[in-house]
Design a protein around this ligand. Structure first.
Ligand SMILES: *[C@@H]1O[C@H](CO)[C@@H](O)[C@H](O)[C@H]1NC(C)=O
Ligand SMILES: *[C@@H]1O[C@H](CO)[C@@H](O)[C@H](O)[C@H]1NC(C)=O
Length: 524
């Protein structure tokens, strides 16, 4: 009996102790979790994503340009150069995929660029990269060219996830007067209001200074995501004169190329200044810097993509194979100073930043086409991507094509489209420039594209990055297989958003917007 009593007492005391310990444990657990959340947060790296505009593949020192880009060269040389990295062949499409992580066939922005006078913008039911970064605890800043539409308030950068914005809403404009198409039509904004104090300040200076200002005023604990979308070296070709001086004899016969060279030099200096500000503020060690061009160079506007085929607007490599590198002390030592030939795409940055770098999730987004490539880039492991739909634009259709290809194809080869799978790439439809345009003053000779009505090409892009050997006839099996894949993507596309322009309603000198481009009221 006695021992039983002792046993019961023991049980009671023991359970009391357990409850107490459990309570204590819970408390410790809670404290620990709090600590964990705090330390995860404060270790989240800053992200600086720099996008240059119409910057040709050739037009960086390390790809052989005749002008110097010492900053970009050094940052790329100490980081990882992405040499199998793609963007889209024009401005809005690249930006839309960066901000949504989704192909254009899934957002409706398959066709051309967003026009300032059309009632269209990046669909507001898409969750943007900035929204997710904000959710992950980041301050989000956008500087530079938006080009994602602005006809409604809801389309503006501050309403698409950016805490702050300074820049132009249109696809381009004068670099000193921040205007388009004439000096009285102003397009430079601080958040949602016109920033007329920038009239006269060269775009690259204005954007660089803003980036430095944000860095200098950074709250120590909160990580930031900065999207710095420089307007240079996009036309109109303008730059402070001193940037041309070193190249006056190199490009004495080509004023476009001369000014363009100056624009890239100034951009290079700007990137150097921003990086120096990160270092001075002590933020550099915990920042990942990504540099990317937005599409191929435009030949008539001074750009060049040699030795690649085609240029801006084309789905040959010259239109889409980008200048890209990642520079950060956070990269593994084994990848610093290397070249990556892994397949990456601009749509990959969304999950790469949100999941890979910020350690957050992509919940709430529509299905992403991009992959989280952070481990692959940081550690030099294989890319998660084997296939890349470059685009299908059903509003860009041309006649022509070889009968035997039409017969074997389930896909309408008149449509402008391109798809990559592993080493293989298929291109269909009209792709504009089909030749190889030599850079001026180098002694190389331009090779014109064939003048046939050919509208399909099949390349082994790994073995033949210059796209010199169309393998359609040798490998009709692969051709047919790729066309079948294209048709599958085509059937999975959403309708194209490309409403007609409403020039007078949008015109800010007519619609009461005081000649400042901004939201306007469309008429249905
Ligand atoms: C900007 O400055 C230019 C040159 O001084 C002037 O012509 C233009 O009207 C100004 N733009 C605005 C919006 O004030
Ligand atoms: C970079 O900083 C230097 C030194 O302050 C300055 O002279 C130059 O104008 C800056 N360049 C750009 C593009 O901001």
């Amino acid at each position: 009996m006695e021992s039983r009593k002792v046993f019961v007492l023991f049980i009671i005391i023991f359970s009391l102790h357990l409850t107490n310990a459990n309570g204590k444990f819970k408390k410790y657990n809670k404290m620990f979790k709090k600590f964990e959340a705090k330390s995860a947060k404060s270790s989240q790296p800053n992200i600086l994503f720099i996008l240059s505009d119409d910057h040709g593949y050739r037009d960086v020192g390390y790809h052989g340009s005749l002008f110097d880009t010492p900053v970009l060269d050094e940052m790329a040389a100490k980081g990882v150069k992405l040499e199998n990295y793609y963007v889209q062949p024009i401005c809005s499409p690249t930006r839309s995929q960066l901000l949504t992580g989704r192909y254009q066939i899934h957002t409706g922005l398959q066709h051309a660029v967003l026009q300032p006078t059309a009632p269209a913008c990046l669909p507001t039911d898409e969750i943007t990269l900035a929204q997710k970064m904000k959710e992950a605890g980041y301050a989000t800043h956008m500087i530079g060219k938006w080009h994602m539409g602005f006809y409604e308030e809801a389309c503006l950068p501050n309403n698409r996830g950016f805490d702050t914005y300074l820049g132009l809403l249109l696809g381009g404009g004068y670099h000193f007067t921040h205007s388009f198409p004439t000096p009285q039509y102003y397009d430079f904004h601080k958040d949602c209001s016109a920033a007329k104090e920038y009239n006269g300040t060269y775009s690259t200076y204005a954007m660089t200074d803003r980036a430095i200002d944000i860095i200098n005023n950074q709250d120590g604990d909160k990580p930031f995501f900065m999207y710095l979308a420089y307007q240079a070296p996009h036309a109109p070709l303008e730059v402070p004169e001193q940037y041309k001086d070193p190249y006056r004899s190199t490009f004495k016969d080509d004023d476009n190329r001369l000014t363009y060279a100056g624009m890239v030099s100034c951009l290079d200096e700007g990137v150097g200044n921003v990086t120096a500000a990160l270092k001075a503020k002590g933020l550099y060690d915990n920042t990942v810097i990504i540099f990317s061009s937005d599409n191929g160079g435009s030949i008539q506007d001074g750009g060049n993509n040699w030795p690649l085929r085609g240029c801006k607007l084309s789905m040959f490599e010259g239109g889409m194979r980008a200048i890209g590198f990642v520079h950060s002390p956070l990269l593994s030592d084994n990848v610093k100073g290397t070249v990556s030939n892994e397949l990456y795409h601009v749509s990959d940055w969304f999950p790469t930043f949100v999941e890979g770098i910020a350690g957050w999730n992509t919940d709430g987004t529509k299905p992403l086409d991009g992959f989280n490539q952070w481990e692959s880039i940081r550690d030099g492991t294989a890319s998660c991507r084997t296939e890349l739909l470059h685009n299908i634009d059903p509003l860009w259709v041309v006649p022509g094509g070889r009968d035997w290809v039409r017969e074997l194809s389930p896909f309408n080869i008149s449509i402008n489209a391109a798809l990559r799978h592993g080493d293989w790439k298929i291109v269909t439809g009209d792709n504009g420039e089909t030749g190889w345009i030599a850079p001026p003053d180098t002694g190389y000779e331009t090779i014109p594209g064939p003048t046939t009505d050919q509208v399909t090409w099949l390349f082994n892009v790994t073995g033949d990055p210059l796209e010199q050997n169309d393998l359609s006839c040798e490998r009709p099996d692969i051709l047919a297989w790729m066309l079948k894949k294209l048709q599958k993507y085509y059937l999975d596309s959403v309708p194209v958003i490309y409403p007609p322009t409403q020039v007078l309603n949008a015109d800010p000198c007519i619609n009461g917007n005081d000649c400042v481009w901004g939201p306007w009221t469309p008429i249905n």
